[in-house]
Design a protein around this ligand. Structure first.
Ligand code: CA2
Length: 159
């Protein structure tokens, strides 16, 4: 069985592709889910892809990941900028966490420049559009030990 990665999406990302294409592009969340499934298969992972508009549900999924997932890819959306509770939940997860933002948050309003999730994330990808999800999964295929088809962890330089 390939290692499972939870790909978690926060509030309003269900609107992806339906509004604000200049910022977030034209792909829908269903397109992103399909991209993640394809990429995960390529790198020897399995994905569990979810979206919620509720902070408590998102935190519950992070708790669930402690027992069920080898890694987490998370686009926390607005909760990244506001939620210490989400940061605390992620801090209790032992595997790798990659934070993804579709837009380049540092080139946008000042309130988007800081995210609490970044205090825990092992890597942050912003501004690559929805390709950021695929890049995150390729990275997890590399760093999750001996399971992916990526580069073996012991061949990588120390990080
Ligand atoms: O760039 C990202 O991925 C964000 O996480 C998206 C969040 C935003 O609050 C973050 O600052 C950056 C917003 C998600 C809502 O997505 C929409 C998509 C289409 C139409 C309206 C909202």
């Amino acid at each position: 069985m390939p290692p499972v990665v939870f790909v978690l999406n926060g509030p309003n990302l269900n609107l992806l592709g339906l509004r604000e294409p200049a910022i977030y592009g034209r792909e829908t969340l269903a397109d992103v889910a399909a991209l993640c499934a394809r990429t995960a298969q390529d790198v020897g992972l399995s994905v569990d892809f979810r979206q919620t508009n509720a902070e408590a549900e998102l935190i519950g999924w992070v708790h669930e990941a402690r027992a069920r997932a080898a890694g987490i890819v998370i686009n926390p959306a607005g909760y990244g900028h506001t939620s210490v509770a989400l940061l605390d939940a992620l801090s209790a997860f032992e595997g790798p966490v990659i934070e993804v933002h579709i837009s380049q948050i540092h080139r946008r309003e000042a309130f988007r420049h800081h995210t609490y999730v970044s205090h825990r994330a092992d890597a942050v990808i912003a501004g690559c559009g929805v390709q950021g999800y695929a890049l995150a999964l390729v990275r997890l295929g590399t760093v999750l030990p001996s399971q992916g088809r990526g580069i073996a962890a012991d061949t990588l330089p120390p990080s």
